[in-house]
Write a protein that binds this ligand. Structure first.
Ligand SMILES: [Zn+2]
Length: 204
């Protein structure tokens, strides 16, 4: 019965749960928010070393490898902020070769910034993206740096981004009930109820 498959694809009851792209984007933001660590990034990764270790584990899940030659035999230089490749002798940092590198901000600042952007996007989406003032104040950096940080973080956590920062801060299982179909309006309503003021880490 060929007619059935044709009818199915046009069946309004099969399509009613498809989210509008705007709502889908909001749901993606809310899901990131719900994966932020309990007590916030500051609790999960309280210092530069723990932030760096987290970033390294996300960037190189199979162990640190040289960005120049791809070799896995790498020495860590003192202070844990530089690696050296035993093959080609190249020295590199955890952020070398990423967009984060040129800004000279600590990994800790990057993780805080990512948390701030995700919180804003989930809770204050109606105001557009996080203001440069709010981000600058939260991180204690000047306007120009905040502008650059916002651009890099927003791209990282977007669907086209590498997701390095997103995966570094999204540590928690959001615990979506199994009965809920992912990325449907039912999922949206569930997430919306969870992302209410007072739930999750405080904003700004
Ligand atoms: Zn190398």
């Amino acid at each position: 019965m060929r007619a059935i498959s044709m009818t199915n694809s046009l069946d309004p009851t099969a399509r009613q749960d498809v989210l509008h792209p705007d709502l889908l984007a909001r749901l993606q933001n809310m899901m990131m928010y719900l994966q932020l660590p309990e007590g916030g990034v500051k609790t999960a990764f309280p210092d530069e070393i723990s932030c760096r270790d987290r970033f390294i584990a996300i960037r190189w899940p199979d162990g640190v490898c040289c960005p120049a030659c791809g070799d896995h035999s790498v020495n860590m230089l003192p202070k844990r902020d530089l690696f050296q490749c035993r093959q080609c002798r190249k020295q590199f940092s955890p952020t070398s070769g990423t967009q984060l590198h040129r800004t000279r901000l600590s990994v800790l600042m990057w993780l805080f910034a990512t948390e701030a952007v995700i919180q804003w996007n989930a809770q204050r989406y109606m105001y557009g993206e996080i203001t440069i003032d709010a981000l600058g104040k939260r991180l204690g950096i000047h306007t120009e740096a905040a502008l650059r940080v916002r651009r890099i973080v927003s791209h990282d956590i977007s669907v086209n981004g590498s997701g390095l920062l997103r995966r570094a801060v999204c540590t928690r299982d959001p615990d979506v009930p199994r009965a809920i179909q992912p990325w449907t309006s039912q999922h949206f309503q569930w997430a919306k109820a969870k992302v209410s003021p007072g739930v999750g880490p405080a904003l700004i």
